[in-house]
Design a binder for this molecule. Structure first.
Ligand SMILES: [Zn+2]
Ligand SMILES: [Zn+2]
Length: 263
């Protein structure tokens, strides 16, 4: 029998002023409000704890007009995880809202796709629209982590631990990876920005921030193949995640993704 895990989505920031037009590439009801939430995720069993993404801190939030509800490390602390002792952090990609607080994980090895570091440090960053969601300081921190021997690079599919695999999907950035986790209800896929909202995937209408639209559409298919059902694909920014899954007692804006969705 393979290991199974508890899986948590932890909201740390929100942007209630977001409009639907900012969330879909092709025309939708552009003026309608469609708030966006920001999460980090955690995977845990008796043997190990793995954090997925590090979120952004107060300075980046202020620069970009995003309300920080709590520091990502505080969101982790609420479920009993001390960022200072976490040994493994998966960076799904290097955007500011996913890779902003690496320094707060002093004991961690960071798991990243080769293609994502190439994307964040190469010719694609000559283009403003691709550069905009990156914070240069985060990318420089990532490079420093490489030189400090604290990055484990992956190229495509990799096994992180029994029951936890990484899968590169293209699309949103050059080397975004999703995380597949074995749970008591089957395989859950932390899709991160492979799909920001369930609606992007369901309608096949991508989020506008896309490096390669064919890769993004293929990513939807790959997530579908990896997950044990539509409810097992967890989008990166959807406020519905907090409504659909059982809350964690004593922790604000925290839900259990390894438990069946609420009716
Ligand atoms: Zn992103
Ligand atoms: Zn994001």
């Amino acid at each position: 029998m393979t290991d199974t895990y508890e899986v948590f989505a932890l909201r740390y920031a929100t942007n209630p002023a977001r409009r639907a037009g900012e969330n879909f590439l092709f025309p939708d009801d552009h003026a309608a409000p469609m708030p966006i939430d920001y999460y980090v995720w955690a995977i845990r069993n008796a043997a190990r704890t793995i954090v997925v993404d590090t979120g952004f801190g107060p300075a980046a939030g202020e620069r970009r007009g995003r309300a920080l509800l709590r520091h990502p490390t505080e969101a982790l602390r609420q479920i009993g995880i001390d960022a200072a002792t976490v040994s493994d952090v998966v960076l799904t990609h290097l955007h500011y809202d996913h890779a902003g607080c690496m320094a707060d994980f002093p004991a961690a090895t960071f798991h990243l796709q080769d293609a994502e570091m190439a994307f964040a440090t190469g010719r694609c960053m000559c283009h403003r629209v691709l550069r905009f969601p990156m914070e240069l300081d985060d990318v420089l921190t990532g490079v420093r982590m490489v030189y400090a021997g604290r990055v484990r690079f992956h190229d495509g599919t990799a096994t992180l631990a029994p029951g936890i695999t990484l899968h590169r999907v293209g699309g949103h950035t050059g080397g975004l990876q999703v995380v597949r986790v074995a749970t008591a209800r089957g395989a859950v896929v932390l899709a991160s920005d492979a799909t920001h909202f369930w609606a992007n995937l369901r309608t096949g209408n991508p989020f506008p921030l896309v490096a390669d639209i064919a890769g993004m559409l293929e990513g939807y298919r790959i997530c579908g193949e990896l997950a044990d059902g539509p409810d097992h694909i967890i989008p990166g920014h959807d406020p519905l995640v907090l409504q659909r899954f059982p809350p964690v007692a004593g922790a604000a804006d925290a839900v259990r993704l390894d438990l069946p969705p609420l009716a």
